[in-house]
Design a protein around this ligand. Structure first.
Ligand SMILES: O=c1ccn([C@@H]2O[C@H](COP(=O)(O)O)[C@@H](O)[C@H]2O)c(=O)[nH]1
Length: 233
């Protein structure tokens, strides 16, 4: 982990390696962490992850593993060997799956933070009802508690749930919050959103921000402005 401990994780949701590397060349590891998700990883693969790690960035490999325990265990071990700082699984994969993931990386030389996704920030209460599930205010704490009991290092949740989860799971349990939208920026497909300042005030440890930065006219200036807003809190 880098000493500056930046809260902002920029989601590098690009279709190829070049713009992701170009973005990385304009920022530095003290300013932000970087997230490689399904879009970029499918296009550019582990080599791109290794390049970002070699540049000194803390990399969150956001592949949200959700499979049988053995498969997820092997996948998170492979992620650890890429040198990533954080990796995640779906809490709804269940306790056996999460424990297998935990065991798989505990003996590794690089032991990334192991985080469980609760309910995707794109999902509303209506979306969950369609699946026969309770509203986020019920389902997110239930899955977060399960993740804590399985020795996960934290969860992905909306910042809207952060204050409840900090009380429920404790100060050390990391809250990683996508669905961050600076005032005035488009929600897009995100449902449970919050501004960067409100998210930090609610207890979010890390803010995952993609399009508001990467699709802005000047991504570096936008990132710096968000960072300045947080520094002023
Ligand atoms: O619940 C979740 C889990 C992951 N994500 C990911 O975060 C970024 C958000 O990007 P924006 O452009 O800021 O919406 C994206 O890579 C998602 O895959 C999430 O949004 N919600």
């Amino acid at each position: 982990m880098n000493a500056a401990d930046p809260k902002i994780i920029v989601a590098l949701d690009y279709q190829q390696a070049e713009p992701a590397l170009a973005f990385a060349d304009r920022v530095n590891p003290a300013l932000c962490r970087l997230k490689v998700g399904k879009e970029l990883f499918t296009a550019a693969g582990p080599q791109l992850v290794e390049k970002l790690v070699a540049k000194g960035f803390d990399v969150f490999l956001d592949l949200k593993f959700h499979d049988i325990p053995n498969t997820v265990a092997q996948a998170v071990r492979s992620a650890a060997r890429l040198g990533v700082w954080m990796v995640n699984v779906h809490a709804s994969g269940g306790s056996k799956m999460m424990r297998a993931a935990r065991d798989a990386i505990d003996g590794e030389a690089n032991r990334p933070l192991l985080i469980a996704v609760t309910v995707l920030t794109s999902m509303s209460g209506e979306d969950l009802a369609e699946l026969g599930m309770p509203e986020p205010a019920v389902q997110v704490p239930l899955l977060a508690r399960l993740a804590l009991d399985c020795d996960m290092d934290g969860v992905v949740c909306s910042a809207q749930e952060a204050s409840v989860l900090k009380k429920l799971c404790g100060a050390d349990f990391k809250l990683v919050t996508p669905g961050i939208r600076p005032a005035g920026s488009a929600a897009g497909d995100q449902s449970r959103i919050m501004t960067p300042e409100a998210a930090v005030a609610a207890g979010a440890d890390y803010l995952v921000i993609g399009r508001p930065i990467t699709q802005s006219d000047d991504p570096l200036a936008t990132l710096q402005a968000i960072q300045a807003g947080l520094a002023a809190l």
